[in-house]
Design a protein around this ligand. Structure first.
Ligand code: F6P
Length: 363
């Protein structure tokens, strides 16, 4: 039976979003003859008239598989349950979820596929509870979503950081310097940990393990005294010293309800220069980790997630999120995936592996 479905991408972008969109469009049109609508800029596209929605046919998704970005655009601001509206000089947060639901049904679509991280999927779950048939697709380079072994985009980010570490090694060694590399990961240090292991870092600092600056200094000094006159320190943006707090560029109040982190690399470098007689440089990889072409693993995972989301809609199985478990793509309730984050276990096997390899993790 012919159907119309819709898809949106929310939250920060990541490599592989277009693979999901393409997977959804191709599985819907080629095998089922369904029509797919793309909602622009996350839930924002469903807020104001005229709604920002366009039809996605096969031509619209041609050539996008190897490309980063999202053809639909995205936003990490417009939460319909807490939507910022200007009232005179002030901004008030109001609940416009019923209005968004009404707008969605005006499209004549039966179901929505929401591709996003914890924030987007929480909104999707909330809308599902008030009557929107929704299927979630997990996305984040931070890999901090529960109920899936991995999110697409994460592996590409690890590859980008690893390549950067390989490059930074050679210049650090030439100049006998300490290179501090700040990477993304606000609550979970997966990118720092895995790329640090792959890129042979000497120190890895994670949000999950508050670090002792004295111990970091001592570790680098020991290394230098043993003849290795350079060091690579990978620090996740959400890492913080045991004596302090996360380093923020903007508080949540100043940044639409989401803290903007950044600056911990500079802090660590400054502290290292105070305790060591070594030149130090800071490299902040930032959004380079989120842009560019997805590696094959993420293209395949994104495509599989897109196809699975269509299958769930075919079975009218809503309120579910697609997920990778082992080698299988399965579905789990969205409510199980959101709420608490998938963080690195400080006592877990991966951290112990790093320590066994001689990598210092700040403790
Ligand atoms: O996608 C998550 C993330 O990569 C975080 O690690 C980072 O703090 C955030 O995005 C930055 O997002 P933006 O600069 O787009 O607001």
């Amino acid at each position: 039976m012919s159907k119309t479905i819709a898809i949106l991408t929310g939250g920060g972008d990541c490599p592989g979003l277009n693979a999901v969109i393409r997977g959804v469009v191709r599985a819907s049109m080629l095998q089922r003859g369904w029509k797919v609508l793309g909602v622009e800029d996350g839930f924002d596209g469903l807020v104001e008239e005229p709604l920002r929605v366009r039809e996605l046919d096969l031509a619209a998704v041609r050539g996008i598989l190897p490309r980063g970005w999202t053809i639909l655009g995205t936003s990490n601001r417009g939460n319909p349950f807490s939507y910022p509206v200007k009232k005179g000089e002030n901004v008030e947060l109001i609940d416009i979820s019923a209005h968004v639901l009404e707008n969605f049904f005006k499209l004549g679509a039966e179901a929505l596929i929401a591709v996003g991280g914890d924030g987007t999927l929480k909104i999707a779950q909330g809308l599902n509870e008030i009557g929107l048939p929704v299927v979630g697709v997990p996305k984040t380079i931070d890999n901090d979503l529960r109920s899936t072994d991995v999110t697409f985009g994460y592996s590409t980010a690890v590859e980008v950081v690893t390549e950067a570490l390989d490059r930074l090694h050679t210049t650090a060694e030439s100049h006998h310097r300490v290179m501090v590399v700040e990477v993304m990961g606000r609550d979970a240090g997966w990118i720092a940990l895995e790329s640090g292991i792959a890129g042979s870092a000497d120190v890895i600092l994670l949000p999950e393990i508050p670090f002792s600056m004295d111990k970091v200094c001592a570790a680098i000094r020991r290394r230098s005294e043993s003849g290795s006159r350079f060091s690579i320190v990978v620090v996740a943006e959400g890492a913080f010293p045991d004596s302090g707090d996360k380093v923020r560029k903007k508080s949540a109040d100043q940044n639409f309800g989401v803290e903007r982190l950044g600056g911990i690399g500079q802090y660590v470098a400054h502290q290292l220069e105070r305790c060591l007689e070594m030149e130090t440089r800071v490299v902040v990889l930032g959004h380079v980790q989120r842009g560019g072409s997805p590696i094959p693993f993420d293209r395949i995972l994104g495509s599989r997630f897109g196809v699975k989301a269509v299958e769930l809609i075919e079975q009218s199985d809503y309120g579910k999120m697609v997920a990778l478990k082992g080698r299988d793509v399965v579905d789990v309730p969205i409510c199980e995936a959101v709420g608490s984050l998938n963080r690195v276990d400080p006592q877990g096997a991966l951290v112990r592996t790093a320590e066994s390899l001689g990598i210092m993790v700040g403790r």
